[in-house]
Design a protein around this ligand. Structure first.
Ligand code: GUN
Length: 356
């Protein structure tokens, strides 16, 4: 027989439908450090607030802070999904395995994982080109170091961090090719006492300008106490060290977060992809450059910023040698994506070896 036509919708349906439509999209943010860290997580939190402000009652955002990169993150994300979050931003590298475990189990959720490299049918990865900020900071460092020895307090030895260390040093060497660099690893994203201790050991080793890939202003505060220079990273950290602060390499997550949430509201989130936004997309900049910095150096930063914006300047371009003298890029050779995303070496001038 003939199939029955679909029954007409019951009278209550249109109202229920309308109610469903006006229900806000729930969006969760998972943070590895406290929102008061002044850096990495503080900046994600500004991004969340920008989303909430822009979309108003169309979205209901929430966050959980200080979530360790382990089973805790899985529990927090499961909980967010159970409470109705349909979009979850997992904002630290070490959440990767948990996002990948949960995404097939929770197909109704779109996951966004910051700084990872694994994607799935309902997850994408995203990052800021933090190395562009590190390079611009390096230009300033190269001009300001009197000892010709700069230093980095490094967090977790993944390619992103090694790339940032190298970019900082390459920026410095673009001003003064004789610059040398030291690195101390703390193996953590957020551990202010250890960050401060590492900064102290760099200073005791002759370093007078520091950068860091950790989340707090501890390195900058240590620089202030010891009378040397340092930078803010991820957030504007100028207020933490008025004398020591040479500039802050700031990430603005708002453009990307706004895009993804708009896509989610439109029902067309782009999964299985990696989004890497930098100076060009308005996601990265070196801000609040100190008055101590000569105008010609500020001009050089401005030139590089412009070149990054219009695509005429390449940070990763030969001639490039590692610190054992091995040629990595020939003169004029521009690095490709696989090269840039898998950096495991130190460039010429950096002391020691990449851990692991
Ligand atoms: N988690 C906290 N801070 C960072 C960072 O700077 N990079 C990555 N990949 N993960 C983080």
């Amino acid at each position: 027989g003939k199939k029955e036509e679909a029954a007409p919708a019951p009278a209550a349906a249109p109202a229920a439908d309308a109610a469903a439509k006006s229900e806000p999209l729930k969006v969760g943010f998972v943070y590895v450090s406290p929102i008061g860290d002044g850096g990495w997580t503080f900046q994600h939190e500004l991004g969340r607030k920008a989303v909430q402000d822009k979309f108003g009652d169309k979205v209901a955002t929430s966050f959980v802070e200080s979530v360790a990169e382990g089973p805790d993150s899985e529990r927090v994300m499961r909980d967010m999904a159970a409470q109705g979050s349909k979009l979850i931003f997992a904002t630290s590298f070490g959440y990767q395995e948990y996002v990948q475990k949960l995404s097939p189990e929770l197909p109704e959720v779109n996951f966004q994982h910051a700084t990872g490299y694994k994607q799935s049918a309902n997850s994408s990865t995203y990052d800021a080109k933090t190395f562009e900020g590190a390079y611009m900071a390096g230009i300033v460092a190269g001009a300001m170091s009197k000892t010709k020895t700069i230093g980095v307090v490094a967090s977790v030895p993944i390619p992103e961090v090694v790339r940032n260390i190298n970019s900082f040093v390459l920026g410095a060497q673009s001003v003064d090719p004789t610059i040398k660099a030291k690195v101390v690893w703390v193996n953590s994203w957020f551990s202010p006492p250890q960050e401060a201790e590492a900064a102290t050991s760099l200073i005791n080793g002759g370093v007078d300008v520091m950068y860091q890939n950790t989340n707090s202003p501890a390195v900058l505060k240590t620089a202030e106490e010891r009378g040397v220079y340092a930078f803010g990273k991820d957030g504007d950290m100028s207020a933490y060290a008025p004398k020591a602060h040479l500039g802050s390499a700031v990430i603005d997550w708002a453009p990307y977060y706004t895009k993804v949430v708009q896509d989610a509201l439109d029902g067309k989130v782009e999964n299985g992809q990696n989004f890497w936004w930098g100076v060009k997309e308005g996601a990265m900049d070196l801000v609040k450059i100190s008055d101590d910095v000569p105008q010609e150096i500020k001009d050089k930063v401005a030139e590089v910023r412009k070149g990054l914006k219009d695509g005429t300047f390449q940070i990763w371009k030969g001639p490039l040698k590692d610190n054992t003298g091995k040629e990595l890029l020939a003169d004029g050779q521009v690095a490709d994506m696989p090269f840039i995303t898998s950096i495991k070496f130190y460039v010429n001038g950096i002391e020691g070896n990449v851990p692991g």
